[in-house]
Ligand binder design. Structure first.
Ligand code: FES
Ligand SMILES: [Fe+2]
Length: 377
């Protein structure tokens, strides 16, 4: 009897289990449908958001690596500007950046390619390419190979412990400046942060002159005082004084920003201690950018105070960056925004930024890749 009841119970439990499984499956199906729906809505949103977008790839130097990420003889795969790229450091220490695909039969040089002397060797049939992307050796060919065996080579500059490539039409407007603090033993080594953001260089750059948001997004005590000038060399120089409440006291923070180009800015903070931020923005593709931040702190205060203060300030800057994320990732670019007298120098900033627009944007007088495409057609 007990056994039967036990058996019935088992059968009942099994039936119950089946029902539960069915319910679970139904919920699972609903979840999948909901996720698919959300994805579709998000795709539509993104498609719509691209209308009125500013150009994704400005003419600029962009930091693609920290020098220490690429040791002698190392090959690194990269994806920027919507392209597969490959960087290598030859045995003479020189860094080169090439398109990733071999012109012979299309192997990806970042998957098994290796450095031999000063050349990068393809893993497939071992054709070798120099730092200009020219084929310098085919180990099994009797005659010299065609000049067409060349890979697009990107202009490279290595400075301040960083590797930059130039993306743009025409020559770079200016070189990456030497960062005196980087060479000075009285400054710490870089403390680094990296972010990937669904935004574009201009949209994020505008943040520095948008003085009002510092109070309403970042919680400064007042709207900061902001002044902006363009130097004779064409560098955008912003000076900002803000007040921040901490530990019941109001502290004055002075920030000086030097924007050399859309991809590279240097920010100097005078807030309790001296701090330098080297800020690099790199387009990954038309919709995403990578932000690389390298902080250095002055060693003029003792080790303990320096460590505590600089850590706190760096954490605060990173916190502010994260506070901006939901705004950047969901806003649209308005070519003709409605501004008020309390807003910062947004229009002069945009005028300066246009110096770095690709020529197809300026010549065709368009703001979006879609408009350019339709005019090109
Ligand atoms: S594909 Fe590169 S050598 Fe053949
Ligand atoms: Fe901000």
């Amino acid at each position: 009897m007990n056994r039967r009841i036990g058996e019935q119970r088992k059968t009942g439990e099994r039936k119950g289990d089946r029902r539960l499984d069915e319910e679970r499956r139904k919920h699972q199906d609903l979840k999948v449908v909901a996720e698919k729906g959300e994805r579709r809505t998000e795709e539509r949103r993104q498609k719509k958001r691209r209308v009125n977008f500013v150009p994704s790839y400005m003419n600029s130097w962009y930091q693609v690596l920290w020098s220490e990420e690429l040791k002698v003889g190392q090959v690194k795969r990269m994806f920027y500007f919507g392209k597969e790229l490959v960087a290598f450091r030859a045995e003479n220490g020189q860094v080169s950046v090439l398109d990733a695909y071999c012109p012979h039969l299309g192997a990806h040089l970042g998957h098994g390619g290796f450095v031999k002397g000063d050349a990068l060797v393809c893993p497939f049939h071992q054709w070798a390419f120099n730092n200009q992307g020219e084929c310098v050796d085919v180990p099994y060919a009797k005659n010299p190979v065609s000049k067409k065996a060349k890979i697009h080579c990107w202009p490279v500059c290595e400075k301040n412990g960083m590797v930059f490539v130039y993306h743009g039409d025409g020559e770079p407007k200016r070189e990456i400046p030497d960062l005196p603090e980087y060479h000075d033993p009285m400054w710490t080594k870089y403390a680094k942060s990296t972010y990937v953001v669904r935004s574009q260089t201009q949209e994020m750059g505008e943040n520095i002159v948008d003085r009002a948001h510092f109070k309403y997004v970042h919680g400064t005590h007042t709207v900061p005082e902001t002044s902006m000038e363009i130097t004779d060399e064409g560098v955008l120089h912003v000076f900002q004084v803000s007040q921040k409440k901490a530990l019941g006291k109001i502290h004055k923070a002075e920030v000086e920003i030097w924007c050399y180009s859309p991809g590279y800015s240097v920010v100097r903070f005078d807030f309790v201690t001296d701090l330098v931020l080297s800020a690099s923005t790199i387009p990954i593709d038309e919709n995403f950018i990578e932000q690389r931040m390298s902080f250095m702190a002055s060693k003029k205060v003792n080790w303990l105070s320096r460590t505590i203060i600089s850590k706190a300030v760096i954490a605060e800057i990173n916190r502010q960056f994260r506070e901006d994320l939901p705004i950047w990732e969901n806003k649209i670019f308005l070519p003709n925004p409605v501004l008020c007298d309390g807003d910062g120098p947004l229009i002069p900033f945009r005028k300066w930024y246009r110096n770095f627009y690709p020529s197809w944007v300026l010549e065709k007088g368009v703001n979006t890749p879609e408009e350019a495409d339709s005019k090109q057609a």
